[in-house]
Design a protein around this ligand. Structure first.
Ligand code: E4P
Length: 222
């Protein structure tokens, strides 16, 4: 399973690349706003961090754009900035034709804000490179997310669609493991989710115990 970082904060991205060797980055308008930098500046900075690698950076088209005529040129403009960019388009009717048109030009897309298997199916039929079903928002609303993702994985495999499934809005390690069991390709989460996920109180306890024994034992030279 690939781990993506969901962030537009360059220091976090650098840390996650270095420490977790994250496989890609996803941004959205909230992350860009939180970065405190203008949109184009920050996505260019992020592009530089992954330059020369295969790691993707998902960048989102202006969410006001709701027509083919608005979305397509903006998507092409963003794609021209970096070969690492995958263009994020909201899952709305006009986006499907944009996704198809971009696929024909070898521009990769990430169909985002997916909350039902039907939306996922249509995005995959259109040729989305990534699809992003959000689980955190659904789970916070008491909705089942296991069947949601299981259905999407089954549909993708039944029809051999090329789209990769990025499970998004992931909030904790339990969700990551659940999604790995279901066979989702990728998860995207904030840095703290990965940091908390690799911690365990028994590990901390074990380090304390072993340190005590270590300190009672001579090291010696061969
Ligand atoms: C995915 O690509 C989105 O950026 C992300 O997971 C959205 O979730 P959040 O803003 O609720 O964390």
């Amino acid at each position: 399973m690939q781990f993506f970082l969901d962030s537009a904060i360059t220091s976090e991205i650098e840390y996650a690349l270095d420490t977790f060797n994250i496989d890609g980055i996803t941004t959205n308008p909230r992350h860009v706003q939180v970065s405190g930098k203008p949109f184009l500046s920050v996505i260019r900075e992020i592009a530089r961090l992954v330059e020369g690698t295969e790691k993707t950076v998902s960048v989102e088209v202006n969410p006001h754009f709701m027509t083919y005529a608005e979305m397509l040129p903006e998507a092409e403009k963003l794609a021209a900035i970096s070969p690492n960019f995958v263009i994020k388009l909201q899952c709305v009717e006009p986006a499907f034709k944009v996704i198809e048109a971009l696929a024909k030009k070898d521009i990769r897309t990430n169909c985002t804000l997916i909350f039902s298997p039907m939306q996922a199916l249509q995005a995959m039929r259109s040729g989305a490179y990534f699809i992003s079903p959000f689980i955190g928002w659904k789970e916070a609303n008491g909705e089942d997310v296991q069947n949601f993702i299981d259905d999407i994985v089954t549909i993708r495999d039944n029809y051999d669609f090329d789209s990769e499934i990025i499970v998004a809005a992931v909030r904790n390690a339990r969700q990551i493991v659940d999604m790995a069991v279901l066979g989702a390709d990728i998860v995207t989460a904030g840095l703290s989710v990965y940091q908390e996920g690799v911690q365990h109180p028994y590990t901390v306890d074990g380090i304390q115990r072993f340190t005590k024994f270590w300190d009672q034992t001579p090291y010696d030279e061969a």
